[in-house]
Design a protein around this ligand. Structure first.
Ligand SMILES: [Ca+2]
Ligand SMILES: [Ca+2]
Length: 354
């Protein structure tokens, strides 16, 4: 009897591991062949060489770009340089990227910026919220943007026991935001185990000074987050599950699932086209090539546009795809008046005219 139980348990464990291996391989497979599709007028942006993980464009056309992310398991071409925030004015004929000065009193050396989100107050003051990983921890930094001085004034560092392994945020009011947690564990070995076993223990958090709570959970790895133009729906990318969750926002800030848009590529950051409300998704078409980086056979880049998000059949089209010969590891795309910026986790950034 004892042997039978042992054999049954062993068989069940092997079946589980086999099933996990297949799913894992399918998720990270690099076999997809990529035929480049890109707008005619694109060029790499000078000065952005070490990642541009997230990009947020103000209604005025000023684009904020977070650069220099150091993230366990991801390549980094400048491990000794602190991260920086760059600005581009997309109203200019030939926009240039310019690093923003950061006010004294903030530890600039430990800036390791990840997801970002802007917020414009009633008095038109612009705030930039930055997910930061100082010493691989997770904080949210609030900066006030001084347009004339091209600088960021540091106002506040937010920490909270639920703000762990934060990937991206979307600000919805003064000091109110949703944030995604992309891993449950923090040690690299356990993160690998978590990815392999697909525990689905990651979540979306709502933060305000009065209340902090988990508002959506059960994601393999919650990554990019943004909000619809009418502020009624929150869009969350589950990168490992290759899908986008459309969540309805309620008056108490809770979120309920409206639908899931399944894709065939790993989805990183999301933005919304201010002209149409379409979702733009920065995607990883061959993720295994990011985890095991080889400059001779680099990971590609992919940007998708999702139209009619709330309809029964959202339409998905490719705005940009490249096999890595130009752009590697795209994580975000953002548009303004026929111009598109594409950022990457660790590589360069692209400017396109659509
Ligand atoms: Ca973002
Ligand atoms: Ca991300």
């Amino acid at each position: 009897m004892g042997k039978l139980v042992v054999l049954t348990l062993l068989g069940a464990s092997l079946a589980l591991i086999g099933e996990r291996l297949l799913t894992f391989r399918e998720r990270f497979s690099s076999t997809r062949e990529i035929k480049s599709t890109e707008p005619q007028h694109c060029h790499l942006i000078e000065g952005l060489e070490n990642g541009s993980e997230d990009i947020d464009i103000l209604p005025s056309g000023l684009a904020f770009i977070s650069t220099g992310l150091k993230y366990p398991g991801m390549p980094n071409f400048a491990p000794d340089k602190p991260g920086r925030i760059f600005l581009m004015d997309l109203n200019e004929q030939n926009p240039k990227a310019q690093a923003l000065k950061i006010s004294d009193g903030f530890d600039k050396e430990s800036l390791n910026p990840h997801g970002i989100s802007t917020f414009v107050d009633k008095d038109n003051t612009v705030y930039l919220y930055v997910v930061n990983h100082p010493h691989m921890d997770s904080t949210v930094e609030i900066f006030k943007f001084e347009e004339q001085q091209r600088s960021l004034i540091h106002l506040k560092t937010i920490t909270h026991e639920l703000l762990k392994s934060v990937n991206d945020i979307v600000v919805v009011g003064p000091e109110q935001f949703y944030a995604t947690r992309d891993h449950y564990f923090t040690s690299y070995f356990l993160v690998l185990l978590e990815m392999f076993m697909d525990f689905q223990w990651t979540y979306v958090l709502f933060y305000s000074p009065r209340e902090v709570k988990v508002v959506a959970q059960g994601f393999s790895s919650a990554n990019g987050i943004t909000i619809s133009l009418d502020q009624k729906y929150v869009y969350v990318a589950d990168v490992m599950a290759k899908n986008i969750h459309v969540l309805k926002k309620h008056d108490n800030w809770n979120l309920t699932q409206e639908k899931v848009i399944q894709l065939e590529t790993l989805v990183d950051n999301l933005t919304v086209d201010p002209a149409t409300g379409d979702i733009l998704a920065g995607c990883h078409p061959n993720p295994s090539k990011i985890l095991v980086y080889n400059p001779e056979d680099p990971p590609g880049s992919e940007v998708l546009r999702i139209q009619d998000t709330l309809s029964d059949k959202p339409r998905v089209s490719t705005l940009y795809i490249n096999n890595g010969s130009v752009l590697q590891g795209s994580s975000v795309a953002s548009v303004y008046h026929g111009k598109m910026l594409i950022g990457t986790v660790f590589h360069k950034a692209l400017y396109c005219e659509l």
